[in-house]
Write a protein that binds this ligand. Structure first.
Ligand SMILES: *Cc1c(COP(=O)(O)O)cnc(C)c1O
Length: 396
């Protein structure tokens, strides 16, 4: 669909493929394979020879009409040339990195990564002869110093989980490109609504569609976005031959999720801004980490690289782990869960859940204290959320 329409409009229409029935809503093509009118047509499709303007599918491991609708719609939002959908966010991260790395290569990654992303760079890469340097992502000098001639990929997440540090994408892209490396950005926390890393120089963007794109807690999914050559020549063969394809049903859920995502994420961010200000003025809280508050260390990048501050707030409850547990257990409406981006407000205690695997020193280096909790603000009435938080704070 042409660029003349706004994002919100494109999220309702981009990528739609209608069958001869003219259905209003996108169809679920729940099929693994496709049939060919004759042997010559089968041969032509396998050779990639198609009549101009025609689209063909061969096998759902590497192409399906419903999955293609999702890929085109998210690519339109991101402003990327192409997209490839995967079975989960981790399948996207894994494929985006591994499809372009080989033994002898070097990777530089920000240390503050989602736990499984950290496993891929810290544990998996070295097993295959790929050397990895972890840096403090907000310190540009550490990125510069880490670069080598054989550095192929720089990888980061911004805002980071769970301390919501913001990394300057344009600056790291420039450092990566100076040695011919590519920058891969995991853009889950900012959402595709509020940050488009490709516009800031990133080469590849990955999402867990499980989060805001679904946004209603139903399906796992992921997507890799980038230039046409990268997606077709590097990602596609890797995914095609290793198999982490997105199911057409899940692609349909994600596709329909994109229609409402602009409205959902905007409402969640409005509520998060109100909740963050309220928490900052509340007693029983040591500090509030939210990109939208002037107290955030990289607040200057909000409104520039990141259009809006997003819907995740982290804050430190007084009294360490015991205080945080009393607080979590005092909540009634906000549910304890490690997911985020959902219609339901969810809260987690990283030290004992998502970041339990790390040593106490590693957690301290990432700023994850025992009193820290991470709140993903949902679609409830912000007044109800405020009352729930106040009740739980009184219990601390
Ligand atoms: C959830 C998440 C992932 C992994 O996504 P799944 O869909 O759960 O596999 C990767 N990166 C970030 C930042 C996430 O929040």
């Amino acid at each position: 669909m042409t660029e003349q329409y706004s994002q919100r409009t494109r999220m309702v229409h981009a990528g739609t493929r209608r069958s001869h029935y003219g259905e209003t809503s996108e169809a679920i093509y729940l099929t693994q394979g496709f049939v060919y009118p004759d042997a010559e047509a089968a041969e032509a499709r396998f050779k990639g020879e198609l009549p101009a303007g025609e689209e063909s599918f061969i096998y759902a491991r590497y192409g399906n009409p419903t999955v293609a609708m999702f890929e085109d719609r998210i690519a339109a939002l991101e402003g990327a040339e192409a997209a490839f959908a995967t079975a989960s966010g981790m399948a996207a991260v894994h494929a985006a990195l591994m499809c372009q790395l080989r033994a002898g290569d070097h990777v530089v990654a920000a240390r503050a990564l989602f736990g499984s992303c950290l496993y891929i760079v810290e544990t998996l890469c070295p097993r295959f002869g790929i050397d990895v340097t972890l840096v403090d992502g907000t310190d540009l000098d550490q990125w510069r110093t880490a670069m080598r001639e054989e550095t192929r990929v720089c990888f980061l997440e911004t805002p980071s989980n769970p301390t919501l540090e913001i990394i300057d994408i344009a600056a790291v892209a420039e450092i990566a490109h100076s040695v011919g490396a590519r920058l891969v950005v995991d853009n889950v926390f900012a959402t595709p609504m509020y940050q488009r890393p490709i516009a800031w120089g990133a080469d590849v963007v990955v999402y867990s569609a499980t989060k805001h794109i679904d946004g209603q807690g139903r399906c796992l999914g992921g997507v890799i976005l980038g230039g046409n050559a990268f997606i077709r020549d590097e990602v596609e063969p890797y995914v095609k031959h290793t198999g982490p394809a997105l199911s057409p049903f899940n692609a349909w859920v994600m596709l329909k999720g994109l229609e409402t995502m602009p409205l959902r994420v905007a409402a969640q961010t409005d509520a998060a801004e109100a909740v963050a200000s309220h928490l900052a003025a509340s007693r029983g809280i040591e500090r509030v980490l939210y990109p939208g508050l002037p107290s955030h260390p990289q607040h200057n990048l909000v409104g520039v690289q990141m259009e809006r501050p997003g819907q995740v707030i982290s804050f430190e409850i007084e009294g360490g782990q015991a205080g945080a547990f009393r607080f979590l257990n005092g909540l009634e409406l906000i549910r304890i869960s490690n997911n985020l981006g959902d219609a339901k407000s969810l809260i987690t205690h990283p030290t004992t859940t998502t970041h339990q695997r790390l040593s106490a020193e590693a957690r301290a280096a990432l700023g994850i204290s025992d009193g820290l909790v991470r709140l993903s603000v949902g679609l409830e009435d912000p007044e109800d959320l405020r009352r729930d938080l106040d009740r739980a704070l009184a219990a601390v």
